[in-house]
Write a protein that binds this ligand. Structure first.
Ligand code: TYM
Length: 347
């Protein structure tokens, strides 16, 4: 029996990177589970506590949590088949995080790269460096332990993520093994990393960077709620190159064209090689038109559903209450087991 789990931070409505890097693969897994007739459990959540690791406008965060929850369902995750919840509504996760933090080595956390990039430090920054220490909050440094707890609380067997999250899952396995060894039980299994087929969608304006919510250039990203006109305009203005002749996939020398090819491959569920065969004789303008048309088609349903959902906060509340209830039953069981294993059987 498999347990699939993944989370996403509430950075507002999703862009194409989130869509292809995360939610679409969750959706495909959702469909797989439908076929397997209930032999798997699915957990998807809004990682709102993780957002507190960087400065936030809390009123805005409140709104973005709801937008993220609505986006997950709008993109086709079925709340009947999957348990969908806000991380902050499951207090067992943070209780288990405390226990796991007692099994997490500072040295290992020190080697993680995300706290460095989020604190604008160089990759070789180190916690023994006073300058780095001053800039970094304990929550940001311990971010991967909370992520390990997200995964281990539900005893997930498979975790679908983009490339940037895979080192956090290595840490998760490390912590699980360290816990098991200490308590003399094989309580936690090793969760597998499922790398999503579209590892990285790039910015449409500067294809040397990944598509990101924090990018100030509005033409760099496509939101799942963009109108057909906006999508056409953004792809029309996408940066490509001046190389003539056939279109080729070459991330190093032709990142703009390659990004458009990746997006088309993701929409059509085809390999990059197949898409190159399909489009190599297109002009760049034709490629942009083909991608825009495919993306408009792909997002039509999610955009419509999102508008319906976001205008019905009571319904979303009902769904998240249900998700919380289902998730807490499992989380509570793990918390009791974990506490018993570390000598707190009266818990
Ligand atoms: P987050 O919110 O940064 O991203 C959510 C998912 O989207 C993927 N992703 C991308 N993939 C391709 N191209 C892009 N441009 C792009 N941008 C984002 C990410 O790899 C990720 O899979 N720490 C996690 C959330 C989290 C989590 C967890 C995930 C918290 N606990 C437990 C799995 C299991 C994060 O910040 O993802």
């Amino acid at each position: 029996r498999s347990t699939i789990l993944s989370g996403i931070q509430p950075t507002g409505t999703f862009h194409l990177g989130n869509y292809f890097g995360a939610i679409k693969s969750w959706h495909d897994l959702n469909n797989l589970v439908k076929k397997s007739e209930g032999n798997s459990s699915l957990y998807f959540f809004v990682a709102d506590l993780h957002s507190l690791t960087v400065p936030q406008d809390y009123q805005m965060l409140q709104k973005q949590r709801l937008e993220a929850y609505a986006s997950i369902i709008a993109c086709g995750i079925d709340p009947q088949l999957s348990t969908i919840y806000y991380q902050s509504c499951i207090p067992e996760i943070t209780s288990i995080q405390w226990v796991l933090s007692c099994f997490s080595s500072m040295g290992y956390l020190n080697r993680m790269t995300q706290w460095k990039s989020k604190a604008n430090l160089k990759d070789n920054a180190n916690v023994s460096d006073e300058n780095a220490l001053g800039k970094v909050k304990l929550g940001l440094f311990g971010y991967p332990v909370l992520m390990a707890s997200d995964v281990l609380t539900f005893r997930a067997t498979h975790v679908p993520v983009g490339q940037d999250q895979s080192q956090h899952l290595e840490l998760t396995r490390e912590v699980a093994q360290s816990f098991n060894k200490s308590v003399g039980s094989k309580y936690f299994n090793d969760p597998h990393t499922l790398l999503t087929p579209t590892k990285k969608i790039l910015s449409l304006k500067n294809p040397l960077k990944k598509m990101s919510k924090s990018d100030k250039e509005p033409l760099s990203k496509i939101f799942i709620t963009d109108s057909a006109n906006e999508i056409t305009k953004k792809f029309n203005k996408a940066t490509t190159d001046s190389i003539e002749g056939k279109l080729t996939f070459d991330l190093e020398n032709r990142p703009g064209v390659s990004n458009l090819i990746s997006i088309l491959a993701a929409v059509k569920n085809k390999s990059i090689e197949q898409i190159v065969i399909d489009v190599e004789d297109f002009s760049k303008k034709e490629l942009k038109e083909a991608v825009a048309e495919a993306v408009i088609n792909e997002l039509e349903e999610p955009a419509k559903k999102y508008k319906e959902l976001i205008s019905n906060p009571e319904y979303l509340q009902k769904l998240s209450d249900l998700g919380t209830e289902k998730a807490r039953i499992v989380a509570n069981r793990t918390l009791k087991d974990v506490m018993r294993l570390v000598g707190m059987s009266s818990y």
